[in-house]
Design a protein around this ligand. Structure first.
Ligand SMILES: NC(=O)c1ncn([C@@H]2O[C@H](COP(=O)(O)O)[C@@H](O)[C@H]2O)c1NC=O
Length: 539
């Protein structure tokens, strides 16, 4: 038989084993299978639902001759079940053995698993979580998937319609059974990753140094529970993208299944590209760093402008004004719903992507006047609690760079040079400090009226970043602006550039061996300087 003929070979379905936690669509499936002459065997409450729907069903106990026991821990774990799933019907020897054993084969297995991840997320006790580790279900799923030349396995209620169609048309062909088997192994693999990940966090302290190792007093164990010995996330491919960072790089989008940008709804525009996603991610990170209505305009992951305002339209006007030249073809993120007024403004500017938690009436229509702008709705704020970056042969994990009460609250900054700022001026400096976190290192950012006016990003020395920030601001806007530096000034030269441009105040972490020289330069120039003690590199 040719390969394509083999793949097209159907296996009629005569007998099905059904055991599902999620009973969505179960009655319709059972009715349809029965109507097509398929015999049903089922477990506990699944069998009860089927029987209640008026469909004949054989309880699995009748098949095994063994009662379900140990609170459901043992139901289907029996050779009469597993021999029926695992017999390779292509082999005469297997068919003969089944006959000798008096076991009938299954051609269809429909199973979905106990909700382990949902139980953990609900904050249930350890014992409750452990009880939700499904054992019999994955055993059946894996067995049926392995034996896909003889058995079709279904783990997703969305497929029930397909099952009923197949049953009426002589069963699934081999290609379809292979596809279903792949889906089934993905289902059990993701399930096991969730279980293994939970054990890695929960059991580690006990195993290493006694139960108290997980107590909050011991810093080391806190770190180890944040970085468990096993890290697993499973992703599902959502889209194949046209290409990656460059046209010769194939690329795809994967989702982790928990919402966020990867699952954002696209309301209008061309297909998102790889670079669009990268920039949109950076834009959302920048916009959500502020509690007031904020707009961030990003190009190549760096801000062309960030501003807060009384409303998003004002914030957008200010953010765009920072660097209108660079904002051409930019990516815009907003931390509030987009108003019609803001949408009208954006519609005038060539923009690649706009992402927001929502859109007010008429806003999407106004934006859609431009054919190509990609309009995304992403209701959730960015949440990643930890960051993981692949490197050759492994990966680096770190806690997210969240703002710290100690170093990021101006109330805790120390005045190192010049006169203390008024509350209003301090708020200006605090805006610059927050916005600076969104700039790739070395970062120097000038702000005025709660908007960036000059950004010096990504230079390999800090003095060049200072020059760039001043140059982009222009002499007039630089004068009297508020400057932030993501890390300390290693030499006073960067500060001197800012002072010469007439900045009013500077905020920086401090901590260089030459801090004194920088403080002296600021004092001499009459520039106020605050030290945060906290650094915000962004690479
Ligand atoms: N222990 C077993 O033999 C066993 N066999 C099937 N299950 C699971 O029991 C659930 C269905 O049970 P019920 O039909 O009672 O609602 C399914 O999610 C299935 O994956 C089992 N449960 C857990 O391991």
């Amino acid at each position: 038989m040719s390969e394509s003929a083999a793949l097209g070979a159907k296996r009629p379905i005569r007998r099905a084993l059904v055991s599902v936690f999620d009973k969505t669509g179960l009655e319709e499936l059972a009715r349809g299978l029965h109507a097509a002459g398929v015999q049903l065997v089922s477990t506990g409450s699944t069998a009860k639902r089927i029987a209640d729907a008026g469909v004949p069903v054989t309880p699995v106990e009748e098949l095994t001759g063994f009662p379900e026991c140990l609170d459901g821990r043992v139901k289907t774990l029996h050779p009469r079940v597993h021999a029926g799933i695992l017999a390779d019907q292509r082999l005469e020897a297997h068919r003969e053995q089944l006959g000798e054993l008096g076991v009938e084969p299954f051609e269809l297995v429909v199973v979905n698993l106990y909700p382990f991840a949902e139980t953990v997320a609900s904050g249930a006790s350890d014992d409750e979580c452990v009880e939700q580790i499904d054992i019999g279900g994955p055993s059946m799923v894996r067995a049926a998937a392995k034996n896909h030349p003889s058995v079709a396995v279904v783990v997703n209620p969305d497929r029930y319609g397909e099952v009923l169609k197949a049953v009426e048309n002589g069963g699934f062909d081999l290609a379809a059974r292979k596809r279903l088997a792949g889906e089934a192994f993905q289902h059990t693999a993701a399930y096991d990753v969730a279980v293994a990940g939970w054990f890695a966090t929960y059991a580690e302290g006990d195993a290493e140094s006694g139960a108290e190792a997980n107590s909050p007093e011991t810093g080391e164990s806190a770190a180890s529970s944040q970085f468990p010995s096993f890290l697993g996330t499973t992703y599902e491919r959502k889209n194949v993208l046209r290409y990656g960072e460059n046209p010769h790089q194939p690329a795809a989008l994967y989702t982790a299944g928990g919402g966020g940008l990867a699952e954002a709804e696209q309301l209008h525009g061309k297909e998102m590209s790889y670079n669009n996603y990268v920039d949109t991610d950076a834009a959302r990170r920048a916009a959500y760093d502020h509690t007031e209505p904020c707009v961030a305009v990003i190009k190549h992951t760096n801000p062309c402008g960030i501003a807060v305002g009384a409303d998003v339209a004002e914030a957008h006007r200010k953010a765009h004004a920072c660097d209108p030249l660079s904002a051409y073809g930019g990516v815009i993120a907003v931390n509030r719903p987009v108003s019609l007024a803001m949408a009208e403004q954006v519609a005038e500017i060539f923009t690649e992507v706009i992402v927001a938690p929502d859109y007010e009436d008429g806003a999407v229509e106004a934006l859609s006047r431009k054919k190509n702008i990609r309009v995304l709705r992403c209701p959730e704020a960015p949440t990643a609690p930890a960051e993981f970056r692949p490197i050759d042969g492994g990966g680096l994990a770190q806690a997210k760079d969240a703002f710290q009460a100690a170093g990021d609250d101006p109330a805790n900054w120390s005045l190192a040079a010049g006169e203390a700022l008024s509350d209003e001026e301090l708020a200006e400096l605090a805006f610059a400090w927050r916005a600076c976190r969104a700039v790739k290192s070395n970062a120097i950012l000038l702000g005025k009226d709660r908007a960036t006016v000059g950004v010096g990003m990504g230079q390999v020395n800090r003095v060049d970043s200072a020059r760039l920030a001043v140059q982009r601001a222009g002499a007039e806007r630089a004068r009297g602006s508020y400057a932030a530096s993501d890390a300390f000034f290693p030499f006073p030269d960067g500060l001197e550039v800012l002072a010469e441009a007439g900045v009013r105040a500077v905020v920086q972490p401090g901590g260089s061996v030459r801090d004194e020289q920088t403080v002296e330069a600021a004092t001499k120039a009459g520039v106020t300087m605050y030290l945060t003690g906290t650094r915000h590199f962004f690479h």
